[in-house]
Design a protein around this ligand. Structure first.
Ligand code: MLT
Length: 284
């Protein structure tokens, strides 16, 4: 599973589960691992890296099919993505971490927690949901994959950007819209279609929620449409002692639209958790 690593300035790559995975590892202290949304890349975490690497070890990765990681033609499931994350943790000799997953990143965290709960010291579930897709939702994924196949990543960006960002952001922050567009258009069609199949096949994670024994922070943008505050509240009701932060003025990509509030929420959650766990060796 583990293999070579090469570092070219910012780009770090490791061979994990037979493919090249690009990642970024910076800072020192307690590790926080960030899992990005569909159909983006680790670049969406730039504001979190800039703010949090002063206090923590920050690891971001391009999930298979995204950014500078390989985008093979098959082998896309959320369990496979969870295995890739575990492989990278092993590669980096990180036994435990806090994990932040936004939207699809959150779906992967549920898969990761089912398999590797002993590696998890805390969960930040951002702009995500525990429910599986409805039949209608699965059909929409198939149709989006067809658009990707026939029209390319640019057409996916046109469809996704109004779902990811608030109307105010799309109208007044062209540089942020362009960054999001560049991330989407930088992905291979195999990765986009692979993710869509993987998300359509994901199980219902509602039954998992009351078994989560880690400290958990849920974050949601108040204007999030794909995974609205009602989904966040449902997770908070069912995960023991979970806390909820609703970010005003943000839509689905709350970490990019309101980075200061998002970063402060993550910083406060991890700082509290680390201070409580200091001196303890047990897993959560
Ligand atoms: C994401 O942001 O990862 C997607 O909106 C998730 C989804 O399509 O369910």
């Amino acid at each position: 599973m583990l293999g070579t690593v090469s570092r070219m300035e910012e780009l770090m790559q490791a061979t994990i589960n037979g493919i090249s995975i690009a990642y970024h590892d910076q800072g020192s202290g307690f590790p926080i691992v960030f899992l990005h949304a569909f159909p983006l890349s680790r670049m969406m975490w730039a504001p979190q890296e800039a703010a949090l690497a002063q206090d923590f070890r920050i690891v971001t990765l391009d999930l298979r099919g995204h950014g500078e990681s390989d985008a093979p033609l098959w082998q896309y499931t959320l369990e496979q993505a969870a295995d890739d994350v575990r492989g990278l943790l092993d590669h980096l000799a990180i036994p435990h971490a806090v994990f932040v997953g936004l939207s699809m990143g959150g779906y992967i965290l549920f898969a990761f927690y089912r398999r590797y709960a002993e590696r998890v010291k805390g969960l930040v579930l951002a702009d995500t949901r525990a429910q599986a897709d409805t039949a209608e939702g699965k059909l929409a994924r198939f149709e989006l994959a067809q658009i990707a196949y026939k029209q390319g990543a640019r057409a996916i960006a046109d469809i996704m950007i109004p779902k990811l960002l608030s109307p105010a952001t799309t109208q007044t922050r062209p540089e942020l819209v362009q960054r999001v567009r560049a991330m989407i258009e930088g992905n291979e069609i195999s990765g986009i279609a692979g993710d869509l199949m993987a998300m359509a096949a994901r199980p219902d994670s509602l039954p998992l929620l009351d078994q989560v024994s880690c400290p958990t922070q849920v974050i949601v943008g108040e204007l999030d449409l794909p995974t609205p505050p009602s989904d966040a509240k449902l997770m908070v009701e069912r995960i023991p002692n979970a806390r909820l932060t609703i970010i005003p003025g943000a839509a689905h990509l709350a970490n990019l639209e309101q980075p200061e509030l998002f970063n402060e929420t993550v910083r406060s959650f991890v700082s509290t958790l680390v201070s409580h766990q200091r001196g303890y060796t047990n897993n959560c």
